[in-house]
Design a protein around this ligand. Structure first.
Ligand code: SF4
Ligand code: SF4
Length: 339
């Protein structure tokens, strides 16, 4: 059997559907990442997607190692990179001195990771969802890029040695995409798969159609052929919104229904707004190969992780709470594991 087919068959046999935990391309909350990786590895995800940073990779591997020891499950590690500006690779900041003392602090109230307090934004806890930016009545909050430069990529690959890389791209960004693929090829990193993340909502002003996206992905397919790796097509819907409500996965489902059957060869995975209700939005006779859970997966675990972190411990140091957390994670994964 051809190695690309084998890669996907192996994963399909093991899990029925491919499930990825998305820790967040700019999430640097090391303690939370270690716990998240331990919980979701034990629950049975196939891959974990993290920011391309050595300490984050170490935290993720610690969590995976815990799961391997106690549950015998050890997902692959994927790092996310991008070939240009991308909202998944940003953080928020503001100068708290400029805030009026009587501000009701909508920014702090809306932040899903409790990254904002009287001192501003705690950089490591911010994953760039952008909700605080829109909430400030005085427009005091701005965003800045949190992105590995292309020059740093070869070193990061060498140090982290990931199993897979996900390239976030945009429909029109062909040349930078080619450059990233060239760097990957020259790095001689032994990858098991390569993922391409693209959607229609990354640059809402660009007014691209599903057919434009399809054409762009076939172009990427040609470019990626020189890596000779199995490809995952991640169709992005509404970025970083899965924790907001049951129907936030609608955009990615709609996109999948429009172009899923015309995509280049590879595994199709939905992301962006996906949560526990997404499988109900899909038609029973038309399911993708897999799904990625980001903010929805993190939100479920937030109370567990906060409890452990407040006591300066890892969640797996509290076996009963850890068991409950794994049960919750399994509930999220269940529809994708039995279909
Ligand atoms: S609301 Fe989002 S962008 Fe703002 S600080 Fe919190 S995580 Fe960062
Ligand atoms: S909403 Fe704006 S003004 Fe109010 S605390 Fe937040 S950053 Fe400051």
């Amino acid at each position: 059997m051809n190695s690309k087919v084998e890669f996907f068959e192996k994963n399909k046999k093991k899990t029925n559907k491919w499930v990825k935990l998305i820790c967040g391309a700019s999430n640097e909350d090391i303690n939370a990442i270690e716990d998240l990786c331990a919980i979701y590895s034990a629950a049975g995800v196939d891959y974990i997607d993290i920011a391309a940073e050595q300490s984050i990779a170490q935290a993720a591997r610690n969590g995976i190692k815990w799961s391997e020891e106690f549950f015998g499950t050890s997902p692959g590690l994927m790092i996310s990179i991008c070939d240009g500006k991308d909202i998944h690779f940003r953080k928020a900041k503001f100068d708290p001195i400029k805030c009026p003392t009587n501000c009701p602090r909508p920014c702090e109230n809306i932040c899903p990771t409790f990254a904002i307090d009287n001192y501003g934004v705690t950089e490591s806890k911010c994953y760039g969802c952008g909700r605080c930016i829109k909430s400030c009545p005085l427009n005091l909050i701005s965003e800045y890029d949190f992105n590995l430069s292309k020059d740093e990529l070869p070193t990061s690959l060498q140090i982290i040695k990931p199993d897979a890389v996900e390239i976030h791209t945009e429909i029109n960004r062909i040349d930078p995409f080619i450059e990233v693929v060239r760097i990957l090829k020259n790095s001689n990193t032994k990858l098991k798969t390569i993922s391409v993340s693209c959607g229609l909502n990354q640059s809402p002003k660009s007014q691209k159609s599903p057919n434009d996206l399809l054409k762009a992905l076939w172009e990427r397919y040609e470019i990626l052929s020189e890596l000779n790796l199995p490809i995952i097509w991640q169709l992005d819907g509404r970025p970083m919104s899965g924790d907001l409500g049951p129907t936030t996965g609608r955009d990615t489902v709609k996109l999948f229904e429009r172009i899923g059957s015309h995509l280049p060869p590879g595994l199709i995975q939905l992301a962006g707004g996906t949560n526990g209700k997404t499988h109900e939005l899909l038609k029973v006779n038309n399911f993708p190969d897999g799904i990625g859970f980001g903010s929805s997966a993190r939100k479920i675990m937030q109370p567990f992780i906060e409890y452990a972190n407040k006591n300066n411990k890892k969640l797996y140091e509290y076996p009963e709470r850890m068991a409950l957390a794994i049960k919750e994670a399994q509930k999220l994964l269940k529809p994708w594991k039995i279909s």
